[in-house]
Design a protein around this ligand. Structure first.
Ligand code: SAM
Length: 220
């Protein structure tokens, strides 16, 4: 292994230790964070920054979420819905989708910015990740592939999109940040038949979920 690769691996181990110190305890999640080389989701000249606990711009006004945020959302999902078919809304760099793939989920992801969708799809294919990726408005879900056992929404929503609730499997759950345009409360919505129960967790700050059942795109 080249020296630079070894250094990145060491940085990845440090990132996993930092996640543990911040309270991420799920072993499966921590192992997935060690397995996925986060720097591959960064431009070549920025890969040294990949293991800092920070969000980073990926172009078009969007970001790759900070590792803690991705680990927090993934833990909420894994603890309630350990396997099955998962829909991610907001492909962005593709990192969250790769983490879900390594965890053994069957992953479907939707991105509304064409250039990001195209870049992520090429990367998935180069890394030989079996992730289904689609360009479109994810607030409407992915009807042809429903129902989903789990959903992870990686952009801040004003409220839960009806279409996503409809496409959730009987015992499924959605992890979604809900709130205003600057800060949102991480929320888990669990379905039991036609009943939906909500649990709320800590505050985060996400880019907006823009779409027919999200924020209006004339505002952003
Ligand atoms: N999960 C991403 C990753 O691992 O890099 C980070 C996502 S970034 C914080 C949020 C993404 O949601 C952006 O790429 C944005 O374009 C996308 N987005 C916002 N509204 C969307 C919508 N209605 N449908 C699909 N993607 C959407």
């Amino acid at each position: 292994m080249k020296e630079s690769e070894q250094l990145l691996k060491l940085r990845r181990r440090e990132m996993v230790e930092m996640l543990q110190q911040y309270g991420i305890a799920n072993r499966r999640v921590l192992d997935a964070f060690f397995e996925v080389p986060r720097h591959l989701f960064f431009d070549e000249d920025a890969k040294e920054l990949a293991y800092n606990d920070a969000a980073y711009p990926i172009g078009f006004g969007q970001t790759i979420s900070q590792p803690y945020t991705v680990a927090y959302m993934t833990s909420l999902l894994v603890e309630r819905c350990p396997s099955g078919k998962v829909l991610e809304i907001g492909t962005g760099s593709g990192y969250q989708a790769a983490i879900l793939d390594v965890l053994g989920y069957s992953v479907f992801t939707v991105e509304r910015i064409f250039e990001l969708y195209e870049r992520a799809e090429k990367l998935f294919s180069r890394l030989e990740l079996d992730i289904a990726c689609r360009f479109g408005d994810g607030t409407l879900g992915w009807m042809d592939e429903a129902p989903f056992d789990g959903m992870v929404i990686t952009a801040g929503a004003p409220k839960e999109p009806e279409s996503l609730l409809e496409q959730l499997a009987g015992n499924g759950c959605i992890v979604i940040p809900i709130g205003g345009s600057y800060s949102q409360q991480m929320t888990v919505i669990r379905r039991s038949g036609n009943d939906f129960k909500k649990e709320v967790f800590q505050q985060f700050s996400f880019v907006p979920l823009v779409g027919k059942e999200g924020w209006n795109d004339t505002v952003f």
